[in-house]
Write a protein that binds this ligand. Structure first.
Ligand code: NOJ
Length: 736
C-alpha cells in the first residue's frame, strides 16, 4: 500500500475509535433533548428553512431550548459542492473501478474531513441509486457500480470513512431512480425479489455501516411516491432493515403533509418549492396542524425528531463542531469562498485514486511508453476548457477534458491537470517532440497524427442530472457513442498513424466497435471521470510508473441493444429484466460482451492456484434479532474461500481477485454467477500471496418472496474465482 494512504487511513481509523458509533447512547441523549422541545421546535428540526434560506443546500430550523444548530446539509458525492477550495475527487464510478476497499475508505474519510472542516453536518452522499441498470442513465457515475455487491462494499467503506470523521452520511437515492427522464413523475415498478437482491442490497450495507440518514428519491415505486411509500419507508427500511436513523426527502420529492409523515418520512428538504414565494409547503406549521386535527399522531413527530437528534449525537456533533464556513449562494457560479482551507494533502489521494481507477482495455505492446521520439496529442478532451474547468455551473457542459459529470453530484475544481499539461511535462523531461491538435476536427487531427511516432487521441461521453440539458442530452445519454464525433476522430487519427492510443473519459460504457475495427488502434485506456488529478494520474499509467489496476465496474457491450435495458420515455418502467442486468444478463442470455464486468489489463501477469473452499451453512431462512441491516444471522460468517496469486510478469502490479457464486436450482431463476467477494493485492515480480474471501450467510441467500425472508437454498453451489466475471481461473463446489 502507498505511504500517503497509511497516513490518511491511520488518521481516519483513529477518528473512528474516538467516535465509536453507539445508537443506544445516542438515543438516550436524544430522548432527554426531545423532552425539552416544544412543538414548533420539534417541527422545526425536521423541516428545511426553504431553498436558499440558509448557507447550505439544506438547512433546518435551530431550536432555542437546546444547544442544537441549524443543520447544514451539503451535496458531496465527490467533494463538497458550492464551496471552494475543496478537493475534486474522482467520481464514484472511478472509486468503484479501483475495487480497493482501503482507497474507498480513505476517499470517504477525506470527503468527511473536508465537510467537517467546513461546518457541514450532513454530507449528501454516497450514491447507491441509481444502481445503474440503464447503461445510459444520467447519474450512474455518481454511484460505484451496477453490481449490488461492489456498490454495497463501496457504500459501506465510504460511509465508514465519512462518519469516522464525525460527519453524517446520507445513502441516496432510495430507490428506483434509475433514469433522469421524467424522474419526478414516473413509476419504477419493481418486483419484490428484484428490489431486494439488486436495488436494496447496497442500502442494506449502508444501514449496516450505521449510516445516519437515507434520502428517498423523486420517482414513484409501484405507483406510490417513494417519500410517502409506507412499504419502502416504514416496512422495509425501518422494520425489515431496522434502520435507526432518519429518512429525508430529496429536494421537493415530498408530495403530501399527512401521507409522507405517516409513511415514515422524517425530514423534508429543502422545506419549500424552488419557486417564489417560498414557504413550508408541506411541513413546518402544516405538520403541527395535521397533528392538531388528528391526521398525524404526536408519536410520529416525536419519532421524527428523535431520529434526527439521535443521528446528531451518534456522530458526536454535540461537542465542538465547527460553524458553517461558507455561503453556497455567494456566487451563482462558484458557490461560496470558504473561510478555511480544508484540502490538506488530499491531492495525493485524489491522484492515487485516479490512477488506480484507470482500466487498461487493450494493449498491443505499445504501453508503457518508453521515451518516444515524438507524440501527437489529439482531441478537445486532451485539454482543460480554455474558459476554465469550472466555467459551466454544476459542470453542465462538455468543453475540454471530461473529469466529472454534471449536476448536484459535482464540486468546484481547485485546479484541473489536463492530459496535455501532464504529458507535455513528461515529454520535455524525456526529450519527446509533441505535436497537438486540440479540436475534434478530423483534418488537423490526421495531419498531427501523421507527423509523430505515436498518436494519443482523447474522446469522451458525458451525462448528468436532469435539470441541465447538455448538447441535447437531458441528463441521460441519448446514445452510447462517444461525443463530438469521437469515432470519426479516432478513424482519422488511426488512418494516419500506425500506433494510435485511444484514451476515453466517460461516465459509463461506450460502444467501441468502430474504434476496435481500426487495425492501427493499438491501445485503449479507460480513464473514466478522474477528477482534478486527471493528467497526472494518466501519465503515471501511460509511462508505467505504476501498472494499471482498475477493473470495469460495468460491462462494455458490442452494441447498445445487447444490454437489454435502457431508460424509457414514458411514465412507467416495469423493470421487465428483473434480476438480469449487466453481466447477469449477458451470462444468462449467452451474449458475448466486448469487455466484461470486472475486466482490466495490467503490465504484468498473475497466476491463480490452490483454490480452497471452506464453507459450512445450514439451509433455510435467516432468523434472529433485527440489527441495523436485517436479521442478525444474515451477517454470520459461514467460512471462507482462499486462493494463491502470484505475479508471473516483470513488474510490480496490483490484481483484483474476484469471487462469484453460482446458486443451486433450488433458488429459482437466479443469475448464473454473482459477485460475492473481491480483494486487491499488490505483488512484486515472482511474489506469491494467499488471498482470502470471507463469506456470510447473506452471500449465499436469495430473497424468497413467499417466505418474505433471505433463504439459503439446498443443493450444489459453485464458487468461481478469477480475474474478471469471465476470466475464471478456477472453481469448486460446496453442498448445502
Ligand atoms: C437533487 C438531487 O437529486 C440530490 O442528489 C441532491 O442531494 C439534492 N438535489 C440537493 O442538491
Amino acid at each position: 500500500m502507498h505511504t500517503l494512504l497509511w497516513t490518511a487511513l491511520a488518521a481516519s481509523s483513529l477518528a473512528q475509535q474516538a467516535a465509536a458509533l453507539d445508537w443506544a447512547t445516542a438515543y438516550d441523549k436524544a430522548e432527554a433533548a426531545l423532552a425539552l422541545l416544544n412543538q414548533t421546535e420539534k417541527a422545526g428540526i425536521v423541516t428545511g428553512v426553504t431553498w436558499e434560506g440558509g448557507p447550505c443546500v439544506g438547512n433546518t430550523y435551530a431550536p432555542t431550548s437546546i444547544p442544537y444548530p441549524s443543520l447544514c446539509l451539503q451535496d458531496s458525492p465527490l467533494g463538497p459542492r458550492f464551496v471552494y477550495p475543496v478537493t475534486a475527487f474522482p467520481a464514484g464510478i472511478n472509486a468503484g473501478a479501483t475495487w480497493d476497499k482501503q482507497l474507498l475508505r480513505a476517499r470517504g474519510a477525506a470527503i468527511g474531513a473536508e465537510s467537517k472542516g467546513l461546518g457541514i453536518h450532513v454530507s449528501l452522499g454516497p450514491v447507491a441509486g441509481p444502481l445503474g441498470k440503464n447503461p445510459g442513465g444520467g447519474r450512474n457515475w455518481e454511484g460505484f457500480s451496477n453490481d449490488p455487491f461492489l456498490s454495497g462494499v463501496a457504500m459501506s467503506e465510504t460511509i465508514q470513512g465519512i462518519q469516522g470523521e464525525g460527519v453524517q452520511a446520507v445513502a441516496k437515492h432510495y430507490i428506483g431512480n434509475e433514469q433522469e427522464h421524467n424522474r419526478e413523475t414516473m413509476s419504477s415498478n419493481i418486483d419484490d425479489r428484484t428490489l431486494h437482491e439488486l436495488y436494496l442490497w447496497p442500502f442494506v450495507d449502508a444501514v449496516k455501516a450505521d449510516v445516519a440518514s437515507v434520502m428517498c428519491s423523486y420517482n414513484k415505486v409501484n405507483e406510490t411516491w417513494t417519500c410517502e411509500n409506507d412499504e419502502l419507508l416504514n416496512q422495509i427500511m425501518k422494520t425489515e432493515l431496522g434502520f435507526p436513523g432518519y429518512i429525508m426527502s430529496d429536494w421537493n420529492a415530498q408530495h403530501s403533509t399527512v401521507a409522507s409523515a405517516n409513511s415514515g418520512l422524517d425530514m423534508t428538504m429543502p422545506g419549500s418549492d424552488f419557486s417564489e414565494p417560498r414557504g413550508n409547503i408541506f411541513w413546518g406549521d402544516y405538520l403541527i396542524e395535521a397533528i392538531n386535527n388528528g391526521s398525524v399522531p404526536q408519536t410520529r413527530l416525536d419519532d421524527m425528531a428523535l431520529r434526527v437528534l439521535a443521528a446528531w449525537y451518534l456522530l458526536g456533533q454535540d461537542e465542538g463542531y465547527p460553524a458553517v464556513q461558507f455561503n453556497s449562494w455567494e456566487s451563482s457560479d462558484h458557490g461560496g469562498h470558504a473561510a478555511v482551507d480544508v484540502t490538506g494533502d488530499h491531492s495525493k489521494l485524489a491522484r492515487t485514486l485516479a490512477r488506480d481507477s484507470i482500466v487498461l482495455l487493450k494493449n498491443d505492446g505499445v504501453l508503457p511508453l518508453a521515451s518516444p521520439a515524438s507524440l501527437a496529442i489529439i482531441g478537445s478532451d486532451a485539454i482543460v476548457n480554455p474558459a476554465g474547468p469550472n466555467n459551466c455551473s454544476d459542470r453542465g457542459c462538455d468543453v475540454g477534458t471530461l473529469a466529472m459529470g454534471w449536476g448536484s453530484g459535482t464540486d468546484q475544481f481547485p485546479y484541473l491537470i489536463g492530459p496535455l499539461d501532464a504529458i507535455q511535462e513528461q515529454a520535455s523531461a524525456d526529450g519527446t517532440r509533441v505535436v497537438t491538435s486540440t479540436t475534434d476536427e478530423t483534418g488537423p487531427a490526421a495531419s498531427a497524427a501523421a507527423g509523430a511516432d505515436i498518436a494519443i487521441v482523447f474522446i469522451n461521453s458525458d451525462s448528468g442530472e436532469a435539470f441541465i440539458t447538455v448538447e441535447g442530452n437531458e441528463g441521460d445519454r441519448n446514445t452510447l457513442d462517444p461525443w463530438h464525433n469521437g469515432n470519426g476522430l479516432v478513424q482519422a487519427v488511426a488512418g494516419a498513424n500506425k500506433k494510435t492510443i485511444v484514451v476515453v473519459h466517460s461516465v459509463g460504457p461506450i460502444i467501441l466497435e468502430t474504434i476496435l475495427a481500426q487495425p492501427n488502434v493499438v491501445a485503449i485506456v479507460w480513464a473514466g471521470l478522474p477528477g482534478q488529478e486527471s493528467g497526472n494520474a494518466l501519465v503515471d499509467v501511460l509511462y508505467g510508473s505504476v501498472s494499471p489496476s482498475g477493473k470495469l465496474p460495468y460491462t462494455i457491450a458490442k452494441k447498445e441493444a445487447d444490454y437489454g435495458t435502457g431508460w424509457v420515455m414514458g411514465e412507467i418502467d416495469d423493470y421487465p429484466e428483473g434480476l438480469f442486468i449487466d453481466y447477469r444478463h449477458f451470462d444468462h442470455e449467452g451474449i458475448q460482451p466486448r469487455y466484461e464486468f470486472g475486466y482490466g489489463l495490467s503490465y504484468t501477469t498473475f497466476d491463480y492456484s490452490y483454490l480452497h473452499v471452506d464453507v459450512s451453512v445450514s439451509p433455510g431462512p435467516a432468523t434472529g434479532l433485527t440489527v441495523p441491516g436485517g436479521p442478525e444471522d444474515l451477517f454470520d460468517s459461514i467460512g471462507e474461500v482462499s486462493v494463491s496469486i502470484s505475479n508471473t510478469g516483470n513488474v510490480t502490479g496490483q490484481e483484483v481477485a474476484q469471487l462469484y457464486i453460482g446458486f443451486p436450482a433450488d433458488a429459482p431463476s437466479t443469475p448464473p454467477k454473482q459477485l460475492r467477494g473481491f480483494e486487491k493485492i499488490q505483488l512484486t515480480p515472482g511474489q506469491e500471496e494467499e488471498v482470502t474471501f470471507p463469506l456470510t450467510r447473506r452471500d449465499v441467500s436469495y430473497w424468497d418472496v413467499g417466505a418474505q425472508a433471505w433463504v439459503v437454498p439446498q443443493g450444489d453451489f459453485t464458487v468461481y474465482v478469477g480475474a474478471s466475471s469471465r476470466d475464471i481461473r478456477d472453481y469448486d463446489t460446496f453442498t448445502v
